[in-house]
Design a binder for this molecule. Structure first.
Ligand code: NAP
Ligand code: GDD
Length: 345
C-alpha cells in the first residue's frame, strides 16, 4: 500500500521538490495551497493531475495554517502517515515588516498542526521545517544540534517557538515529531527575492541585455548554501529513522554574498571590477558602467552575519550528505535562467 504524505506549503520551493521526490517513491501526496487571486501553483505544474484523473497521486486542498478549521479537517480527511510543515512566511527581511502575521503563520501554524495530530491520530509522523536563522548571532562555529540559539529576526524567533513546541509535543505526548534545522538551500525554483536567485536572475538578464543593474544590500554576510534537491532527501530521511530527533542539514562550507556574485559573474563571462566602500561600493563591467549597486533598503534592522553548519549527526544517523556543491548549484540555477531567457519567458 502506498504511504500518504500531507505537505503544508506544497507550492513553495521545498514543497515542490519534496512532492516530486515522494511521488517517485510511490507515495500519495496531498498538498495544502492557499487561495490567491492569481495562480500560485507554477512550481508543481509539472506534476499536476487533472481532477478527472482516476487514482490521483497528487491531490491539492485549499487551506491555511492560520485557520485551525482547515488544518484540522484536511488532516482528518486525508489520513496521512506523514505530515511535512513547510508553510511559512519565509522571508527574513519581510518578517520585520509583518512580524505579527509571520508569528501567526510560522509559530502558531505549527501548534495548530500538532494539536490536530494529537486529536486525530497520534501515530502521524510530523516534520517541522526549522531554520539556521534560529542560530542568528552565532554562539559557536560551526553550528550543531547542540549550539544555543540566538535568533535575530521575528522570523527566527517564530521558528524557534516551532522548534521547541515540536520537541515539547514529542516529549509530552510521545509523538513522532522531528525538527530539521536547515541551512540556506537554493535551486532554480527559489523565490525571486532571495539573494541567490536575485543575483543569478539579475546577472543572466544583464548578460542578455534585459536588465541594466542589480541592487543589493549587505554583501559581507556569510551563508552555508546547499541545493534544495539534496535537502528534501534529508527531510524525508528524518521521518524514516527509528526515533524522532532533530538534525542540522547543511554543507559545512561558507561563502559571502559577494563570493556568490563573483562566482556567478565569472561563470557567465561577465568581468567585474569592484570599487568604493559601504553604500558606495559598486561593481563595474568592462565598459566601466556600474552594474551592481548597494541600496540601504535591502539591509535588515539586525543581521545574521555568519552561518555555517556541521552535518555529522545527519551523516551518522541518516546516512545523508550533500551531493551538490556551490558550483553545481550555481550551474543549475544559471542553466534554468538561460533556458527561460532563450525561450523569452
Ligand atoms: P517558500 O518557497 O517561501 O514556501 C513557503 C510555502 O508556505 C509556500 O507554499 C507558501 O504558499 C506557504 N505558506 C505561506 N504562508 C502560509 C499559510 N499561512 N498557510 C499555508 N501555507 C502558507 O519556502 P521554502 O524555501 O520552500 O522553505 C520551506 C520551509 O522551510 C519554510 O517553512 C521555510 O521557512 C523553511 N526553511 C527554508 C530554508 C531555505 O533556505 N529555503 C532554510 C530553512 C528553513 P504560497 O506559495 O501561496 O506563498
Ligand atoms: N533577500 C536579499 N536581498 N538578501 C540580501 C540582499 C538582497 O538584495 N542583499 C544582501 N542580502 C543578504 C541578506 O542581508 C542576508 O544576509 C543574505 O543576503 C541572505 O539573504 P536571503 O537570501 O534573503 O536568505 P536568509 O539567509 O535571510 O534566509 C533564508 O535562509 C534561512 C535559513 O538560514 C530563507 O530561506 C529563510 O526562510 C531560511 O530559514
Amino acid at each position: 500500500m502506498s504511504k500518504i504524505a500531507l505537505i503544508f506549503g506544497i507550492t513553495g520551493q521545498d514543497g515542490s521538490y519534496l512532492s516530486k521526490f515522494l511521488l517517485k517513491k510511490n507515495y500519495v501526496v496531498h498538498g495544502v495551497k492557499r487561495r490567491s487571486s492569481s495562480l500560485n501553483t507554477a512550481r508543481i505544474d509539472s506534476i499536476y493531475q487533472e481532477p478527472f484523473v482516476k487514482k490521483k497521486k497528487l491531490i491539492l486542498h485549499y487551506g491555511d495554517v492560520s485557520d485551525s478549521n482547515s488544518v484540522f479537517s484536511i488532516i482528518k480527511n486525508t489520513k496521512p502517515d506523514e505530515i511535512y510543515n513547510f508553510a511559512a512566511q519565509s522571508h527574513v527581511a519581510v518578517s520585520f515588516e509583518i512580524p505579527e502575521y509571520t508569528t501567526n503563520t510560522d509559530a502558531m501554524g505549527t501548534l495548530r498542526i500538532l494539536e490536530a495530530i494529537l486529536k486525530i491520530n497520534k501515530k502521524i509522523k510530523f516534520y517541522q521545517a526549522g531554520s539556521s536563522e534560529m542560530f542568528g548571532k552565532v554562539m559557536q562555529i560551526p553550528q550543531t544540534e547542540k549550539t544555543p540559539f540566538y535568533p535575530r529576526s521575528p522570523y527566527g524567533v517564530a521558528k524557534l517557538y516551532s522548534h521547541w513546541i515540536t520537541i515539547n509535543y514529542r516529549e509530552s505526548y510521545n509523538l513522532f515529531a522531528s525538527n530539521g534545522i536547515l541551512f540556506n538551500h537554493e535551486s532554480p525554483l527559489r523565490g525571486e527575492t532571495f539573494v541567490t536567485k536575485k543575483i543569478v536572475q539579475g546577472l543572466c538578464r544583464i548578460k542578455f541585455g534585459k536588465q541594466k543593474k542589480l541592487y543589493l544590500g549587505n554583501l559581507y554576510s556569510k551563508r552555508d548554501w546547499g541545493h534544495a534537491e539534496d535537502y528534501v532527501e534529508a527531510i524525508w530521511k528524518i521521518l524514516q529513522v527509528r526515533k524522532p530527533d532533530d538534525f542540522v542539514i547543511c554543507t559545512g562550507k561558507q561563502y559571502t554574498i559577494k563570493n556568490f556574485l563573483d562566482i556567478t559573474a565569472k561563470k557567465l563571462g561577465i568581468i567585474l571590477k569592484w570599487r568604493g566602500k559601504g553604500l558606495n561600493e559598486k561593481a563595474y563591467n568592462l565598459d566601466n558602467k556600474p552594474i551592481v549597486e548597494i541600496k540601504k533598503k535591502y539591509f535588515r534592522p539586525s543581521e545574521v552575519d555568519k552561518l555555517v553548519g556541521d552535518y555529522t549527526k545527519a551523516k551518522k544517523i541518516l546516512n545523508w550528505k550533500p551531493k551538490h556543491n556551490l558550483s553545481s548549484l550555481i550551474d543549475d540555477m544559471i542553466n534554468h535562467e538561460i533556458n527561460l531567457l532563450k525561450n523569452d519567458k
